[in-house]
Design a protein around this ligand. Structure first.
Ligand code: PGA
Length: 252
């Protein structure tokens, strides 16, 4: 089954309104066909990106959402608010949220369900630490992260879900998983999805690799059978680099 590759730029907590607008304008001007391109700016710049990408195919996503519904929840942004300003996707369970903000599997599962309820497509991030990889616990860790969130989700609800495999040791470190290491985990995730939701769902879902993807290594990762694009951090802050990564995904 052919899956349209997806390349998502996770800008994290970087930039200002002017740079957000410029980056979006530069990306929109040269975005290649044959790949879905998603920008996840800081929440306060969502509108800036909406304005600069109007009329283009570039999609908008949130980096985070509240685990609760609208109401007396100071400082949070709900799934419905993200959808209201034009987001189609939202990151859930990014390792920085898990580590810096102590988001455990239960919180990640609540956020995932809130995203689905608001009609957003969650991008569920999973990945092992270096210590876990070195002690051969990678598959066990990934399975636990997947099961904690997906165990009471139906096959129907899974349509549109994206899974991002992001080894924690590769995020922002310049150390990328080799294409073979990444493919092995992606194949494992797809097999797990098949066991839980059936072959049609497993074959239709996009599995992204994230962790120090750059313009030089993107093609060698994206060529692998179960890698359907990337979640890009640092390299998404430079338009030319990000566009080169998007271009590499069009060869799928
Ligand atoms: P990186 O970040 O590309 O800077 O390693 C990836 C991510 O955290 O999504």
């Amino acid at each position: 089954m052919s899956r349209i590759p997806l390349v998502a730029g996770n800008w994290k907590m970087n930039g200002r309104a002017t740079t957000a607008a410029q980056l979006t304008t530069d990306i929109v001007a040269a975005v290649p066909a044959g790949v879905e391109v998603l920008l996840c700016p800081p929440l306060v710049y969502l509108d800036t990106v909406v304005a600069a990408s109007r009329g283009s195919q570039v999609r908008l996503g949130g980096q985070n959402l509240a685990a609760l519904t609208d109401g007396a929840v100071t400082g949070e942004v709900s799934a419905e608010m993200l959808a209201d300003v034009g987001c189609r996707y939202v990151l859930v369970g990014h390792s920085e949220r898990r580590t810096l903000f102590s988001e455990d599997d239960a919180v990640v599962a609540s956020k995932f369900r809130r995203a689905l309820a608001a009609g957003l497509q969650p991008i569920l991030c999973v990945g092992e630490t270096l210590a876990q990889r070195e002690t051969e616990q990678t598959e066990q860790v990934i399975d636990a992260q997947l099961d904690a969130v997906l165990s009471d989700i139906t096959a129907e609800q899974m349509s549109g879900v994206v899974i991002a495999y992001e080894p924690v040791w590769a995020i922002g470190t310049g150390k990328t998983a080799s294409p073979e290491q990444a493919q092995a985990v992606h194949a494992h995730i797809r097999a797990r999805l098949k066991a839980c939701f059936g072959i049609a769902v497993a074959e239709s879902l996009r599995l992204l690799y994230g962790g120090s993807v750059n313009a030089d290594n993107a093609a060698s990762l994206f060529v692998k059978a179960d890698i359907d694009g990337g979640l890009i951090g640092g390299a998404s802050l430079d338009a030319a680099t990000f566009l080169a990564i998007c271009q590499a995904a069009t060869a799928k």
